[in-house]
Write a new protein. Structure first.
Length: 270
């Protein structure tokens, strides 16, 4: 027979176990009720945040529309006073005010910066030349002036208005309306041979580093070995890290004649 003291200990253990289970069940019930209340508060908070963001978005949109009209009025006044036309600048400012993160700059790339970017492209090398974020065509024209046949150009641009402008100015070029950050999807079946250069006017610093790196390596995937990926930036640091495995990096001098001053970075896959 079990020892009486052991039996007493077992009874105490069973009683403590039942008490523990009772308290545990009560605690779990209270916890569940608390979680339900918290979930309801979270949903309400999210709805209020969404309403607040939507209201703020509408106010910002109205303010941008007002600023857009003021900019255009001032630019037209400047044109009339000085006897010049600034159609590209007006279009670029209009697009920037509507989509500042995707457009990146307030005005198109200057001629000096465009020439520096185009200088890294050898017009004698046969094959397509891809331009990302072609905009109003400032860099495109610099490539053509350097001797690149417009028929070799593949111009990727996300803004439909700029696409129509580019197609009218360079009818023999292939203009692709789409998001350049999905480069593999856009160019995967379009290119019949490797690109000999990719020239980018995209505002890379508006994107997380992982997306910048993905863009670079997707570009390498459609380019010939050692072909240049040319990117400009207004920032003091490189838009993509300089220390990458099997990637050579070089940088131009700062282009002070551009407003704002900029630097060109070139990446090549070894």
């Amino acid at each position: 027979m079990p020892h009486p003291a052991l039996q007493l200990l077992e009874k105490k253990f069973e009683r403590q176990k039942r008490i523990f289970e009772f308290k545990r069940d009560a605690f779990e019930k209270r916890l569940e009720e608390h979680m339900q209340r918290l979930e309801a508060r979270k949903d309400d908070f999210e709805r209020r945040i969404e309403r607040h963001l939507e209201e703020k978005k509408q106010r910002i949109g109205q303010s941008l529309e007002s600023q857009k009209k003021k900019f255009e009025t001032r630019l037209r006044s400047f044109e009339k006073k000085n006897g010049i036309r600034l159609d590209d600048e007006v279009r670029f400012i209009r697009t920037w005010l509507g989509k500042p993160l995707s457009t990146g700059a307030v005005t198109p790339s200057g001629r000096a910066l465009a020439r520096v970017m185009a200088a890294y492209v050898d017009p004698r090398t046969r094959g397509p030349v891809v331009e990302l974020g072609a905009g109003t065509g400032a860099v495109t024209q610099a490539l053509v002036d350097r001797g690149v046949d417009p028929a070799r150009l593949v111009l990727v641009e996300s803004d439909a208005t700029f696409c129509r402008m580019l197609q009218a100015r360079y009818p023999s070029a292939r203009v692709v309306h789409g998001d350049a950050y999905g480069l593999r999807r856009i160019l995967g079946t379009l290119l019949t041979e490797p690109a000999v250069a990719v020239v980018s006017g995209l505002p890379l610093f508006t994107k997380p580093l992982r997306i910048r790196l993905r863009l670079l390596f997707e570009a390498f995937g459609v380019m010939a070995p050692a072909a240049p990926f040319v990117q400009f930036t207004y920032n003091a640091v490189a838009p993509i890290p300089r220390r990458l495995e099997r990637v050579r990096v070089e940088a131009s001098e700062r282009v002070w004649r551009n407003i704002p001053p900029a630097r060109v970075w070139v990446y090549r896959r070894d």
